[in-house]
Design a protein around this ligand. Sequence first.
Ligand code: GAP
Length: 437
Amino acid sequence: MADLMEKIVSLCKRRGFIFPGSDIYGGLANSWDYGPYGVELKNNIKRAWWKANVYLRNDMLGMDAAILMHPKTWEASGHVENFFDLKADCKGCHKRFKVADLKDRKKCPECGGELTEARQFNLMFKTHSGPVEDASTVVYLRPETAQGMFVNFPNILDSRHPKLPFGLAQIGKSFRNEITPGNFTFRTREFEQMEIEYFCRPEESEKVYEEWVAARKQWYLDLGMHPEHIRFRAHEKDELAHYARACTDVEYAFPWGWSELEGIANRTDFDLKQHAQHSGKDLRYFDEVKKERFYPYIIEPSGGVDRCLLAFLVDAYTEEPVKEEVRALLKLHKDLAPIKAAVLPLLKNRPELVETAKKLAWDLKKSFVTVYDDTAAIGKLYRRQDEVGTLYCITVDVQSLEDKQVTVRDRDSMQQERISIDKVKDYLTDKLNETAG
Ligand code: GAP
C-alpha cells in the first residue's frame, strides 16, 4: 500500500497537482504548493462544500474572518493555556518527537540516543503586529477558523437577525506548529479548514448533532467516495475534549491506515460563554417568542481541505488493464474533476482541422473548464487526460471537416460517440448537470 502513496505523490508532481514547497531551494520541510490541476481540484472541493452547506440550506450563512485575531481570543478559547503537545528532543541527533508517538519515552526511535525530559510545546505560531516587538504586540496565526465565527456571533445577530437554529460556514487557512507533520499533505503546518458552527437550543443539540453527522456522511458519498473507505467513529467519553459533549471523527482508509478527515463535535455553550467572560460582552441569544435570553449550544463539523483533497485523490486513483497496457486514471466525481473537457485534434498539420478544434475549445471554455492539446499523438493525449481525471476528450479528425461531427470519449467507460460540433456544448452541459441516479 505504501506503493499507492508513492504513485499518488509522483502523479501529483509529474502532472501538476501538488509540488514540494520552495522546491528550487531544496524544499521547506512539509510545505506543499498546489499546481494548476491541484488548485482546480481544491477550488472544486471548496465549491462543493459551500454549495451543500450554504447555498442549498436556508439556515446557513457564510463568513470570511481575519487570520490575525485579538490575542485575547486565544486566551478565551483555551489555546494559550492548553494547545500543547508534549515533546522530547534527542540529545544525540537533535530530532524532536511527540511524546504520544514514542514507544520508549527515554530512547530516540531514530538513532537510539537518549531523549530529554518531556516538555510542553505550544502549537500556535507567534509573531508581532506592527514594528515593535514586545509583549504588547504579540499576535498568533490562527490555529483554527472557528474562533472567527464565535466572536462574530453578535455581528451576525445584529446584521442578519437569524433565528435559531442557524449556522455559520467558513473556509480558510489555519496554522499549527506541528511537531510531527507528515504523510504528504495529511499533516502540515499550514493548511485549510472548512468549518461550520451551528447554533441551536441546548435541548435540541443531540438531535442537531446527529443530523449533522448524517449530512456530512451524505456529502462524502454524494461526491463519489467509496462507502467502504469511509467510517464514522464516535469518541469514547475519555477521548472527549473537556468542553465537548459528543464527537464523531470522519475517518478515511488511507494507505497507511484509518485517519481523521473531519471531526463533528457538540461543543455545548463553552465557546460563547468563554468569549462573553473575556470580552465583557453579552453574547446570549434572545428568543423573542419565549422572551428568554440564553447561550446557544454549538455543533461543529470541522474538516481539512487538504486532507479531503488527498482522500479524494487516493479514492479516485485507478489502474485498469487496456489491451496489453495498464491505464492509470483518476475517477474523480464530475463536480471535482479539474478539467471537464479536452479538445484534441487528430492531425496537427491540417490548418482547417486545428482551427476547428481551437474554435470548439474556445466555445466550450465559456461554459466549463476546457483545455486544448495538440502536443502529442492521440494515445498519449488520452493517457495524459485520464491521469488528471478529465471527464471528456473530444477528438477532431479529417472526417469532422466533412460531416461537422466530432468524437466524444467518456473517461470511465472509454466509449465514444459521434456528435455534431454545434451540439457538443449542450451534450456536455447535460452530462455535467446530471445528478447521480
Ligand atoms: N475547530 C475544531 C478543530 O480545529 P481539529 O480536529 O483540530 O478541530 C479539524 O481540526 C480538521 O482540520 C481536522 O479534522 C483535519 O482535517 C484538519 N487539520 C487539523 N490539523 C491539521 C494539520 N496539521 N494538517 C492538515 N489538516 C489539519
